[in-house]
Ligand binder design. Sequence first.
Ligand SMILES: [Fe+2]
Ligand SMILES: [Fe+2]
Length: 511
Amino acid sequence: MYRDIRERLEALNKIGIALSSETNLSLLLELIVKEARNFTNADAGSLYLADPDKDSLHFEVAQNDTLKKRTDLKPETFRPYTLPLTKKSIAGYVAITGQTLNIPDVYNLPPEADFEFNRDFDKRNKYRTKSMLNVAMKDTEGKIIGVLQLINSTDAQGEVISFHPNIESLVSSLASQAAVAIKNAQLIKQIKAVFEALIQYSVSAIDARSPFTAGHSKGVARYTMALARAINDTHEGPYADVFFGPAQLEELNYAAWLHDIGKIGVREGVLDKRSRLSDAEMEALSNRFENIKALAITVTQKQEMASFQGKGENREEIRELDRELQNRISHIEEDLAFIKGINRGYFLSESDLNRLEGIHRKKYVDAKGQERNYLTDAEFENLSVTKGNLTKDEIEEIRSHVIHTQNIVDKVPFTEDLKKVPLFAAGHHELLNGSGYPKHVKAGDIPIQTRIMTVADIYEALIAKDRPYKKSIDPVKSLAILKEEANNGRLDSELVRIFIEKRIYEAKEGS
Ligand SMILES: [Fe+2]
Ligand SMILES: [Fe+2]
């Protein structure tokens, strides 16, 4: 109980400060009802937010000390619901007129009242609502954004009494402060929603540059968040004491969504490389080989003509020249078929590499009499990769995406709560034993948030549909690979354990 007006003003002040520092809308609404109830010694209280566009009023928060003590309370008792914005209900009347309604007993409303009290809640929960103070929550422009409803003021003995008229203006002030805080929180919520949508849209578009990575970041964010929440629920092992609060979860979610945004700086042809040579490069190579064949035919024809002109018809010599030509042509065709064969292969054996080197050394004389190689150096470099289809430079280019991620995310003016997003995002390819990239840092320098993302990232990439450099791997095998990576000291074994045991790999969207 507050003894005098000065004490109440001080309390009001404190509440105002508390309200203005809470930016999470649902927590704020709870806080408003709680503080207003304390302020008026009310047994119960509710808060409604107005949606004039839809002519509706949303019942958002309800607190009730008497009912809270009951053990048989059904979960749906305080579930949010929507009611039409009309003068028929008490809250609706206040939301439309802005009048404060201080009612000594809602079961005894004056007959001329426009509104009526709905007794359903009382009947369902065996509760008796008696005194009620309803105050409109007005923003700085005087617009009514909701209604604060306080129920059953109690005296020192716990008896229900009427709300004292003197307190009406103080509760009104509190409601106005609450209105401003709600507006701020709503604004922050909207800005966040826009920011989030923008990130998700752009990242999804970047992922979709290659059909092999479409949906990747979304999947990584899903596993990351599910794993982080599972750690919150873990009360044993090395992470028993780790708990991510709402702001930390938000920070991690942004990091997971943004981790591969740097792929925007990697050329599409590299990201999406399906073979050692592109179709266009292969066509150029095939045309050259056809040309080499045509040149060989021309040369032989000339030799046959020279032979004929010199010695007259010499069937044996011409037959020999024809044989040589056939030989050359079949070699050229075999070489081309060989190249086409290795172009889409994943591994290149040593004997294949030797053969390729042999072809690279072969030369022919073009129509202008210039000696040329069968293969250009660039073609040889691309074809001679022994594993996968990316050259060293291309691997470097793909790996550079983490540097681009860091540079891009560093430029986002994140708030204090989110300031570690760049750190978490840019470290997702670091491995505990230092064999990762780009900084090759070791376990002690890799935060748990980054480790979580790395597990999520690898798993998503493993089960993703076929990529140019790897076939899709089924979940059982993918989990076995995660375990192996943990055993080899590359991934965090506790995180992998939780990922598998808590079935994080089954995480559905929005979970
Ligand atoms: Fe990555
Ligand atoms: Fe990734």
